[in-house]
Design a protein around this ligand. Structure first.
Ligand SMILES: CC(C)(COP(=O)(O)OP(=O)(O)OC[C@H]1O[C@@H](n2cnc3c(N)ncnc32)[C@H](O)[C@@H]1OP(=O)(O)O)[C@@H](O)C(=O)NCCC(=O)NCCS
Length: 175
């Protein structure tokens, strides 16, 4: 997502509030919940990504993580670039497009801080995720085929098929 241009304005569902949270605030939101998936505990895995949540009437509904430095097998972040890494909407809050709304508002927040690009990767069979990232303001700039668990040159993979690289702000880069 090119953060130097205009980003779309999306309607925010009733009762929804998007905010960046620190570790203490996230811990408080998780308090008393025993069935949250692992996407809600990235901080406890030693991951230092920034965390954005969407609450509905003060209840945790959606989470996404954004890293602002470093690299992985597919993306090497440049200066003032970030990557939306993990995202998860709790099943009972799905169908409201919280993924798109949260990414869109998080992107605007990053833009206000002077970041210039937000990258992301979405599996092409993940229809809701693909729809949401495009609505949030991402554009497709490249695709990576996955052929197995092993990296061979610039090709990646699992038996899962293809994955898509979403973004604008530059050409997709492999390592
Ligand atoms: C991806 C995810 C966050 C989207 O949740 P959400 O914001 O509530 O999205 P929605 O349920 O509103 O779905 C968005 C669109 O996809 C459609 N959709 C949802 N599930 C679908 C499916 N299985 N097949 C086809 N379309 C589907 C919806 O109908 C909706 O379309 P519309 O708005 O044009 O009517 C959620 O599905 C999730 O947490 N999945 C598991 C984790 C994941 O995949 N994370 C993303 C990794 S990039």
């Amino acid at each position: 997502m090119n953060l130097t241009g205009d980003l779309p304005d999306l309607p925010v569902p009733d009762g929804a509030l998007v905010k960046e949270v620190n570790r203490d605030e996230l811990t408080a939101l998780r308090q008393g919940k025993t069935d949250l998936p692992s996407e809600f505990y990235r901080d406890e895995l030693g991951v230092n990504d920034r965390c954005f949540v969407c609450t509905i009437c003060d209840e945790l509904a959606f989470i996404c993580w954004i890293r602002t430095e470093g690299s992985d097998a597919l993306l090497k972040l440049g200066e003032r670039e970030a990557e939306a890494t993990y995202a998860y909407c709790l099943p009972r809050f799905r169908g409201k497009g919280l993924h798109a709304v949260t990414l869109n508002l998080a992107a605007k927040h990053l833009k206000s801080e002077g970041l210039r690009a937000l990258w992301g990767k979405v599996h092409d069979r993940n229809v809701p995720a693909m729809k949401n990232v495009l609505r949030a303001g991402f554009q497709m700039v490249g695709e990576k085929k996955r052929l197995g668990f092993f990296v061979w040159g610039n090709q990646f993979c699992t038996s899962a098929g293809e994955s898509s690289l979403i973004d604008v702000g530059g050409a997709p880069r492999g390592k």
